[in-house]
Design a protein around this ligand. Structure first.
Ligand SMILES: [Fe+2]
Length: 182
């Protein structure tokens, strides 16, 4: 699934700018993480972009989040593997992710907000964020407190955390204009 296609589909269901930005950022991290983790970068980015497609429509009902999203995607003719990943990313309903794709999606979902928060304290310059910045802010649990660090840590079994942070920074740097960063 091409990036433009997944973005168009996302924008039909998600109207909020900040949720769109979160999805774009998560997709960008997934694309980079696919390289060391042996995934398909294009497919992994599509999954990242689409993972929260239902978030506005379920109106906070976490019993439907992901399941409804998978339904939207299936109706749009999206690959079953993408639908399944979107459904299962709801860790409240499907805890215990094990495949590299699922572990990466949990980590990308959480780290995207952490990297953006790191950029914002540098005046929006993601280009000034380094793996050291992210490592330091990861330990400071009061910083970007909404970022669930425990969803990032399992990725360490697959790739060193510092390398994962580098992937995240590289991905978010690639889409920085779309996120209003520099
Ligand atoms: Fe998300």
């Amino acid at each position: 699934m091409e990036r433009t296609e997944s973005l168009a589909l996302l924008c039909r269901h998600v109207k909020g700018e900040s949720l769109r930005a979160h999805c774009i950022a998560t997709g960008a991290v997934m694309r980079e993480a696919a390289v060391p983790l042996g995934g398909d970068p294009v497919q992994w980015e599509a999954i990242g972009i689409l993972h929260d497609i239902d978030f506005e429509e379920v109106e906070g009902d976490m019993q439907r989040h992901g399941i409804h999203g998978a339904g939207i995607l299936a109706a749009a003719g999206v690959d079953e593997s993408v639908c399944t990943a979107v459904k299962r990313h709801n860790h409240h309903l499907f805890p215990g992710h094990t495949t590299p794709l699922e572990v990466a999606l949990q980590a990308a979902d959480a780290v995207s907000g952490l990297v953006i928060a790191c950029a914002l304290v540098k005046g929006g310059a993601v280009t000034q964020v380094t793996e050291k910045t992210v490592t330091k802010k990861f330990r400071d649990r009061g910083f970007a407190a909404g970022c669930d660090r425990d969803r990032i840590l399992p990725v360490e079994a697959l790739v060193p955390l510092r390398e994962f942070y580098r992937c995240a920074i590289r991905g978010i740097t690639r889409v920085k204009e779309e996120l209003g960063l520099r």
